[in-house]
Design a protein around this ligand. Structure first.
Ligand code: SF4
Ligand code: SF4
Length: 162
């Protein structure tokens, strides 16, 4: 057997055959304590969508966390834009658009199983291909409605699409 004939090792990650997800629209991920990280571009997009200038938008809807900006939350931890659904859905932040396929959520099977425990839409439904998941990890595409997703800690979401 020559080298060319030898079976090739598949170095792709554990989710190489894809992962299922179909949002049930339960709203859980928009209504828990956590962070929705905002880039400058996302701030400008949502401000524009709401007809506000960036300063006014920031005063109303953003909170400073270290060096970054996150959406404010209400006293009950609902996202400031949650009102029986996402009120900025067409321009929702990348973090929300790509949930649950954040790098930290799919780094290991155990991490994914933790997401499945908390998000009823994860682990069943539409099958996302490996290629789709890799794109979503980079912030490209969307994982279906309403797919919010607050990060639990100030470090989550940093390497992902937030
Ligand atoms: S992404 Fe998951 S937790 Fe969030 S609304 Fe959909 S099913 Fe619920
Ligand atoms: S999708 Fe994002 S912006 Fe919209 S309500 Fe949920 S957490 Fe907030």
């Amino acid at each position: 057997m020559t080298d060319a004939d030898a079976p090739k090792t598949d170095h792709r990650p554990w989710y190489r055959d894809g992962l299922p997800f179909s949002c049930t629209q339960c709203g859980h991920c928009c209504r828990i304590e956590g962070y929705v990280w905002m880039s400058q571009e996302e701030i400008e997009n949502i401000a524009d969508h709401l007809g506000l200038d960036v300063d006014e938008f920031g005063a109303r809807y953003l909170m400073r966390v270290g060096k970054r900006w996150s959406l404010k939350e209400k006293k009950n931890f609902d996202c400031v834009f949650w009102d029986n659904g996402c009120t900025v859905y067409p321009v929702r932040p990348t973090q929300c658009r790509t949930f649950p396929f954040w790098p930290e959520n799919i780094r290991t099977i155990d991490k994914w199983l933790k997401v499945v425990e908390e998000c009823p839409g994860s682990g069943s439904g539409r099958e996302y291909s490996f290629e789709e998941i890799e794109a979503l990890k980079l912030g490209i595409g969307e994982a279906g409605a309403p797919a919010g997703g607050k990060a639990d800690s100030p470090t989550e979401g940093e390497e992902g699409a937030s």
